[in-house]
Design a protein around this ligand. Structure first.
Ligand SMILES: Nc1ncnc2c1ncn2[C@@H]1O[C@H](COP(=O)(O)OP(=O)(O)O)[C@@H](O)[C@H]1O
Ligand SMILES: CC(=O)N[C@@H](CCC(=O)OP(=O)(O)O)C(=O)O
Length: 294
């Protein structure tokens, strides 16, 4: 298919009202470990982020890396288990989590954004005391006995305080922050934070216009596996209560509700494996996933 220069001009004009809508606004994009996939996909994602910055949108990237942490732990012979969707993180595991998230993955995304002509700044929640977390525990039901047990998750935290000083310095200066979900523990040390939760807390503190959660499903699906294009907070709560939303989608949707209540205008869950998912969602009339709003 050949695209004429006129087609390109028409496409740019179609994007104009969207660019104006997000002009100078903060958009937090959570790039999940599953969405990362192949190198070509990650490079394409990086170009999309640079394009956003070039159109005077202020993107903030928060990345995950669950599968990549799992791979490294396996190579090192360290067993890893999850409880209620969170990785049980002992002293050896937190070292690997920090190395993979704040080290290799963070710098890989920074590299791709820079290759695409952007200026990325790789940070984690510990930099400038951006995110301070408090320890979390979870209650799980033993499938055999049905007895409830409190599980100590080790070095796992939930954001308690977000200090945006460093981000305020960076945003609006053609720099793109890329954040790894590792936080300062309130009592000293380091906590592993679920990347969705981290992104929700940062988006809330920045009062972002949009929070995009890129995953590997098209969005929130109904009972017949059809995409739900739009949900209010009440709808979302109902779908969790009736079991339509389950597993890893529960913390994701709870993060969306938290972010909306903290002042984010809209949150979208979408498939990060779709090429240009971020641009489709923000700069076209089509939208790409499930929009959750107040
Ligand atoms: N109603 C639903 N719609 C879409 N996905 C759902 C739903 N209920 C449960 N899920 C599950 O949630 C998963 C997404 O959560 P998760 O695997 O934690 O994502 P990520 O690794 O990207 O953070 C989907 O792959 C799907 O298996
Ligand atoms: C506490 C906890 O579970 N932390 C996550 C952090 C990475 C993450 O959330 O990555 P994804 O978005 O790719 O799943 C973990 O250790 O896997």
């Amino acid at each position: 298919m050949t695209v004429s220069p006129y087609d390109i001009a028409r496409v740019l004009i179609e994007a104009l009202p969207h660019m104006q809508r997000y002009d100078e606004e903060v958009v937090v994009v959570k790039y999940g470990g599953h969405a990362m996939g192949e190198e070509a996909g990650a490079k394409s994602f990086a170009r999309d982020i640079v394009l956003l910055e070039q159109t005077a949108i202020n993107p903030v990237v928060v990345h995950g890396g669950g599968p990549q942490i799992g791979g490294m732990l396996k190579r090192l012979g360290i067993k890893s288990e999850f409880a209620a969707g969170l990785r049980i993180t002992d002293a050896a595991t937190i070292e690997v989590v920090e190395m993979v998230l704040a080290g290799s993955i963070n710098k890989q995304i920074v590299g791709y954004i820079n290759e695409a002509g952007g200026k990325a700044v790789g940070l984690c929640g510990k930099d400038g005391n951006m995110v301070t977390a408090r320890k979390v525990s979870r209650t799980v039901v033993d499938p055999g006995s049905r007895i409830e047990q409190i599980v100590d998750l080790g070095f796992v935290g939930e954001p308690d305080k977000v200090d945006t000083t460093v981000l305020d310095e960076i945003l609006g200066k053609q720099l793109i922050p890329v954040l790894a979900p590792v936080a300062t523990a309130a009592e000293g040390g380091t906590y592993n934070v679920n990347a969705d939760t981290f992104a929700g807390a940062v988006a809330g503190a920045l009062k972002a216009k949009r929070l995009l959660l890129l995953t590997d499903v098209p969005g929130v699906l109904d009972k017949s596996k059809q995409l739900i294009k739009e949900l209010s907070i009440d709808d979302a709560r109902r779908l969790i209560a009736d079991g339509t939303i389950s597993g890893g989608m529960i913390p994701k949707v709870e993060t969306c509700i938290y972010a909306l209540e903290a002042g984010v205008e809209g949150v979208v869950i979408l498939d990060g494996k779709v090429e240009h998912a971020v641009l489709l969602e923000l700069l076209t009339d089509h939208g790409a996933g499930t929009l959750i709003h107040r």
